[in-house]
Design a protein around this ligand. Structure first.
Ligand code: SF4
Length: 367
């Protein structure tokens, strides 16, 4: 059974950002979006019976706010028609402040969205330009004020750091600009130079980790002082405001993915829809990532080490049937403790600060 739902909206408005490797189309027509919405509802209908009452929904992309107001209402209405939601289901939606009009904001909140994630990336024009980030932030303060007036309980901003040429005061100023709008949650991503993007053709990645580490530590100090402690590599919030959808996925939760490029996880298999709108509209089947049950369990175990808490013993037992006794004497766990990658104590098992910063290496060791 699936407990969460992810919906991929494969449209952005006004072209693609230079650093972006997500599957999306920079321009679309009303006809194409209509086909997408019809096929999406077909996919909902096909899989709804495989879903338990949904604990979380995440509408991402692409840019969900690239849909017209009526299209957005249609999408949210189709979710409600096809799925049952738990009474406290957390419903997140991503939006670009540039394409999120007041009407779309109303439609989103009326449609059930309870958590809005706004792609800001940087408040500073020169850094937005360096990133090749599309759109403007002109309406952002007004949007935030209106969202609060309408009762939006949870607000996130996405920000990017470790941009070539960025200074620590630049980054500090972006964090303060975000904090001045009182979000419950901040996602701070270090810039990734994805292959075959205009950004990676235009700029060179930094040669060392020095600036990245300065920003990393500044994030911990400043954001914790403002009530947003780090809870995952790139995410900061008080416990009650963690993104439920992602938190549960990092701890092995099942989810249904709908839309092109969307991935599902049923506890054993990870079917992935084609990252091609035309193929998906034509009902091309998903690809499967076959893993032996043992390897899948290791993957689920390792994934939680993205979070500061890692596994509590209670959750690990419930999810993978593993106890403190099972793990404490395993040589590979002892070796990772000895190398200062993980901590094991009576509350659970989790990454050390080093294990969190150099998480790829830790995950490699765990897998
Ligand atoms: S708006 Fe988001 S999904 Fe669209 S191109 Fe920019 S980064 Fe990618």
């Amino acid at each position: 059974m699936y407990h969460s739902l992810y919906i991929h909206v494969p449209f952005c408005s006004g072209g693609k950002c230079d650093y972006c490797a997500f599957y999306s189309i920079g321009d679309s027509t009303p006809e194409l979006r209509e086909k997408y919405l019809n096929r999406l509802e077909e996919e909902f209908t096909e899989h709804a019976s495989e879903c338990a009452p949904l604990r979380s929904i995440f509408v991402g992309g692409g840019t969900p706010s690239a849909l017209a107001t009526e299209e957005l209402s249609q999408l949210l209405g189709a979710v409600r028609r096809n799925f049952t939601l738990t009474p406290d289901c957390e419903w997140s939606m991503e939006a670009n402040p540039d394409s999120l009009t007041m009407e779309k904001l109303h439609a989103a909140l009326e449609g059930g969205v309870s958590r809005l994630s706004l792609g800001v990336q940087s408040f500073q024009p020169h850094l937005r330009e360096r990133l090749g980030r599309r759109g403007s932030l002109e309406t952002l303060p007004e949007l935030v004020a209106q969202a609060r007036k309408l009762g939006l309980p949870k607000l996130n901003f996405d920000l990017i750091y470790d941009i070539p040429g960025q200074t620590l005061p630049d980054w500090d100023s972006d964090l303060h600009a975000a904090l001045s709008l009182s979000p419950e949650h901040l996602s701070c991503y270090s810039l990734i130079f994805e292959e075959n993007t205009p950004l990676s053709r235009r700029l060179k990645p930094p040669v060392d980790d020095e600036f990245f580490l300065q920003c990393w530590h500044h994030n911990d100090d400043l954001l914790a002082a403002h009530g947003l402690p780090r809870y995952e590599i790139s995410n900061f919030a008080a416990q009650e405001n963690r993104c439920r959808h992602n938190w549960e996925i990092w701890h092995g939760q099942t989810y249904l993915g709908c839309g092109p490029a969307a991935v599902s996880f049923d506890g054993e298999d990870r079917p992935a829809n084609p990252a091609d709108l035309t193929a998906w509209l034509d009902h091309a089947p998903p690809t499967h990532d076959h893993l032996a049950p043992d390897a899948r369990r290791r993957e689920i175990f390792a994934f939680a080490f993205r979070t500061v808490v890692g596994w509590t013993w209670e959750l690990l037992d419930k999810t993978l049937g593993l106890t403190q006794k099972d793990l404490a004497n395993r040589p590979e766990i002892q070796s990772l403790i000895g190398q200062n990658w993980i901590i094991l104590d009576n509350s659970g098992i989790r990454p050390t600060p080093r294990g969190l910063i150099f998480n790829d290496q830790l995950l490699e060791a765990l897998l």
